[in-house]
Write a protein that binds this ligand. Structure first.
Ligand code: SF4
Ligand code: SF4
Length: 237
């Protein structure tokens, strides 16, 4: 999804082999108990769920996923850059800022989505694996750029325990294989700490221990929180 602000680590020489079908099958639990797309799409002028609108979020997949998806389904094709003429994003800049182990793609759109062939980036949205400054993957944080529009971010208590568990399991497995991917998320987490520190806010975190916390971006201290009491954002405030 949005990678533009990442500082890129060195390119890996080889990509680890991944059983993409098995990864998809093990990361398939519903994000929430309801169809969250039905909650956010009415707020998008295009009528699409925000995370499925390529004018707002260009999907990215691991290169191994693309190798699998291009054979298994017609749902995806490479991103061309002309999908959204009104979007001021420069496709060349977006490509240059995409981690090199990932590939930008375009899908047929939400009307033609094939759930079994959703990319990991679709399944993980709006979350990414949060990595502390001490290089520990401790839970799920969200893509803060989507705070005003994503219904889930304003309703974190609705995220299912099964989803959280599968998310953690997926990234534990990937990070054990793949340092480059871990480094990308460590940088993303660092960026989030800087953003929240500048705004004097704490980071909501769905911890791998099953609890939820607010994390202080400077000290990284954790304070237990009741998710249903967190503020809502944007359309959902
Ligand atoms: S994850 Fe967020 S943006 Fe995507 S469909 Fe659900 S509520 Fe909408
Ligand atoms: S594949 Fe489906 S879930 Fe993923 S971006 Fe396309 S429509 Fe959305």
């Amino acid at each position: 999804m949005p990678w533009a602000a990442l500082k890129l680590p060195p390119v890996a020489q080889t990509l680890p082999s991944l059983d993409v079908r098995a990864l998809y099958d093990r990361f398939d639990a519903p994000l929430t108990g309801i169809d969250c797309g039905a909650m956010c799409a009415p707020h998008n002028p295009s009528g699409k769920p925000f995370c499925c609108d390529i004018c707002l979020a260009v999907p990215a997949a691991y290169r191994q996923e693309w190798a699998y998806l291009r054979r298994a389904t017609g749902l995806w094709r490479p991103y061309r850059g002309d999908e959204c003429p009104a979007d001021p994003t420069d496709p060349a800049e977006l490509r240059a800022s995409t981690p090199r182990h990932m590939r930008l793609l375009a899908c047929l759109g939400p009307e033609s989505c094939q759930r079994p062939f959703r990319a990991i980036s679709c399944r993980q949205f709006p979350f990414f694996p949060y990595v502390t400054s001490g290089y520990r993957f401790i839970g799920l944080a969200y893509d803060w750029e989507f705070e005003p529009v994503c219904w889930v971010i304003s309703h974190l208590a609705e995220v299912t325990p099964a989803y959280r568990e599968e998310f953690i399991g997926l990234y534990d497995g990937l990070f054990a294989l793949w340092q480059e991917d871990f480094e990308c998320y460590a940088l993303r987490s660092e960026e989030m700490r800087a953003h929240f520190a500048a705004e004097k806010r704490r980071i909501p975190l769905l911890h791998r221990n099953g609890q939820a916390y607010l994390l202080s971006p400077r000290s990284e201290r954790l304070h237990r929180v009741d998710l249903s009491r967190l503020p809502r954002h944007g359309f959902y405030a």
